[in-house]
Design a protein around this ligand. Structure first.
Ligand code: FE2
Ligand code: FE2
Length: 283
């Protein structure tokens, strides 16, 4: 059961004058990753093949993720009428796919799989909250708030199932921490960088992981404020079994925010040193 539908969005409030062109490329990229939720749903069904309750929840989850892609894609097409969301997604699908030939989690346990999913939902919930706060365009704001609320519910869904599996599998705190940190580190893998490439760069420009990561990160890391990190850190702490609020969580959030700002400066420097032709293509 979806919590909202694309038709619930007040599309007629779209205000072109309030669109920040710096946000658009990342909305396009996000649409690719969200739309790919179907594959993740299939993957989760294979990993949890004998757990019908979770499999049904995963199917519903995938439907919501796809709707996120469709809403973001629709907004991006309103802004940029020359942009073709289905064509960009086809391009993404041709070059990026998950290994669906599995019968167990790539994280080593079902608890681990669910912790990794909690990290993803923490990331998306923070990202859409940050984008909603960063934009003044009312429709994008509404879409991002609706999506962020879904992502938070997804976090809770995976967290609740994780607790159930943890009671059974009893993987150690250190293992949980390692899985969480590992999944956060994967943010710089191809999933987002290639989504940026397919949704923004010319088809004749070959994909370059470093370049696309730099463009993606230089743009998106700028949306975050400390409060987004603070809330996200609370969710990460909760997922690994630490107190979500308290001194340790606060210190970690402050450290993460500083690291994020430093990373952003490095990526911005990398983007500025790119050839002007590449910048033009990525604009
Ligand atoms: Fe999503
Ligand atoms: Fe989600």
């Amino acid at each position: 059961m979806k919590h909202w539908r694309i038709d619930d969005v007040a599309w007629d409030r779209f205000d072109r004058d309030r669109v920040d062109p710096g946000i658009v490329p990342f909305v396009k990229a996000a649409a690719m990753v969200e739309r790919n939720g179907v594959d993740y749903g299939t993957y989760l069904n294979r990993v949890f093949h004998d757990d019908p309750d979770f499999a049904a929840a995963a199917d519903n989850w995938a439907v919501e993720e796809v709707q996120h892609g469709d809403a973001l894609g629709k907004w991006a097409m309103l802004v940029d009428q020359g942009w073709d969301y289905p064509a960009a997604f086809d391009r993404y699908r041709r070059g990026f796919s998950l290994n669906l030939d599995v019968d167990a989690s790539i994280r080593g346990s079902r608890t681990g799989e669910l912790i990794a999913r909690c990290m993803v939902e923490t990331g998306t919930s923070s990202f859409y909250t940050a984008v909603a706060d960063a934009t003044e365009e009312p429709v994008l704001q509404q879409v991002c708030r609706l999506i962020a609320a879904d992502e938070y519910r997804h976090f809770k869904l995976f967290y609740d199932h994780m607790k159930r599996y943890l009671a059974r599998e009893r993987i150690s705190f250190v293992q949980r921490l390692r899985i969480a940190a590992g999944r956060i580190g994967e943010t710089e893998d191809d999933e987002l960088a290639f989504a940026y490439h397919c949704s923004n760069e010319d088809e004749n420009l070959p994909y370059d992981h470093q370049r696309c990561t730099a463009h993606y990160m230089a743009g998106t890391l700028g949306f975050y404020r400390y409060r987004h990190l603070e809330r996200g850190m609370g969710m990460i702490f909760k997922a690994v079994g630490l107190p979500p609020r308290g001194r340790l969580s606060e210190v970690s959030a402050k450290l993460a925010f500083r690291m994020m700002q430093r990373r952003r400066r490095q990526y911005v420097a990398r983007v500025s040193s790119d050839a002007p032709a590449v910048l033009a293509n990525a604009a």
